[in-house]
Ligand binder design. Structure first.
Ligand SMILES: *Cc1c(COP(=O)(O)O)cnc(C)c1O
Length: 405
């Protein structure tokens, strides 16, 4: 199979981002199909015994088994790497498969990890429960306080692991500061970039080593499939990630890869439009939330403590923000009164979705950890979709009134 675009990878890399999103990672078959083909195959056949022997020995290029390579998955990996500006990418079965692989592939018993306190619930479970079971020490810190990173470093610190903006408190980490600090101490930074996607923020431009994704979110963008991805240098992917992935098998199905691959064609348009709507909705809500004694957590608004930093490291601040309405009763009253916005815990979707993190995405971690993280009983998190902003404002207006706000 050849790439009938006539472009090799080097040429492709000269394309600007919008072109990369629709043209990058297109391998056409002999049929010359316009839209990328889906290769639903677990294995491959060979013309002769020597061919397969050469491929297994690594002396010849070519696919051998879909846990190792698949054309549809490879097309997605190439497109994600191009958008990220990364040398290489490997797709994973889900965002959590990506985070688990990115951490376990490089850590050993006796190592130490510094991680952000504000994080997706399952990411915190990896840090708080899984890694310590294998003798890997972990320290969680307030990731938006620069000094805490340096203070937490020990001689055996191997990895910094964080999200920015973080789920669901929208804490913003100073990418340049933290990545420079890590480099100076020989520490690998693993950034979970799910909230931004490569359309809005490319952590490698600030020195990040590894960028990991839940592609379930903005990359698919239409709430259809679970998917993940890990980006890094070619050497890191080949030497560190691949041995782990090939032998443990957190692979993405070609079907899901194809869905995400198509999603990437419209990623930038969606991410920017949703970011603009999120700022507009945040501006609409802020005075009413403030008057009711609550507060907004929105990196796109000047009231966010790291608003300027967010604007400096992101192209736009993303579709997700959170706001506190004081009590669980009020939060539930708002959710129950919405007629357009769905109650749902997904994010990055083209539909507007809202959830109560303390009773859903962050329920498992317990009250104390939630308190430290700032996931209060009155906190609501919204993913602003592609609907007309006026319809969203009307729905929020109705819901706030129902909660007496
Ligand atoms: C959703 C999410 C994950 C997990 O991704 P899945 O695709 O659901 O496994 C990890 N990190 C962040 C920040 C997320 O939002």
């Amino acid at each position: 199979m050849k790439k009938t675009t006539g472009m090799d990878r080097t040429t492709t890399r000269q394309w600007r981002p919008a072109t990369r999103a629709v043209r990058g990672g297109t391998w056409r078959s002999e049929h010359g199909e316009t839209s990328e083909a889906m290769f639903l195959t677990s294995g491959y056949t060979y013309d002769d015994a020597q061919t397969v022997a050469d491929r297994f020995a690594g002396d010849a290029k070519g696919m051998t088994y879909s846990r190792l390579q698949n054309p549809t998955v490879a097309m997605l990996e190439e497109r994600v790497a191009l958008l990220e500006g990364a040398e290489a990418c490997r797709a994973q079965a889900s965002g959590m498969a990506a985070m688990t692989a990115a951490l376990l592939c490089q850590l050993s018993s006796g190592d130490h990890v510094v991680a952000a306190r504000a994080a997706f619930g399952s990411c915190r479970w990896l840090v708080d429960h899984l890694l310590p079971r294998f003798g890997i020490e972990t320290t969680v810190i307030g990731s938006a306080v620069d000094e805490e990173w340096e203070k937490a470093i020990r001689p055996n610190t191997r990895v910094f692991f964080f999200e920015t903006p973080a789920n669901p408190t929208l804490d913003v980490v100073d990418l340049k500061y933290v990545c420079d600090l890590a480099k100076a101490h020989g520490i690998t930074t693993v950034v979970d970039n799910a909230f931004a996607s490569p359309a809005l923020q490319r952590p490698m431009e600030f020195g990040a080593d590894v960028v990991a994704y839940s592609a379930t979110k903005l990359m698919d963008g239409q709430g259809r499939v679970l998917a993940g991805a890990v980006c890094g240098t070619q050497e890191w992917i080949d030497e560190v990630l691949l041995p782990f992935q090939r032998n443990t098998g957190p692979n993405l199905s070609p079907f899901n890869a194809w869905v995400v691959h198509k999603g990437l064609e419209t990623l930038s348009l969606r991410a920017h439009h949703q970011s603009r709507s999120a700022v507009a909705l945040g501006e609409f809500l802020e005075p009413r939330i403030a008057k009711a004694g609550g507060h907004m957590r929105h990196p796109g608004l000047p009231s966010h403590p790291r608003h300027e930093l967010a604007l400096g490291q992101m192209e736009a601040t993303g579709p997700i923000f959170a706001f506190d309405v004081g009590t669980r009763e009020r939060a539930f009253a708002i959710l129950d009164a919405m007629e357009l916005i769905d109650i749902s815990n997904n994010i990055g979707d083209a539909r507007s979705l809202m959830c109560h993190p303390a009773s859903t995405t962050h329920a498992n971690m317990g009250e104390e950890a939630r308190g430290e993280m700032g996931v209060t009983e009155g906190l609501l998190r919204i993913n602003v979709g592609l609907e007309d902003i006026e319809d969203l404002k009307e729905d929020m207006d109705r819901a706030l009134k129902a909660a007496g706000i």
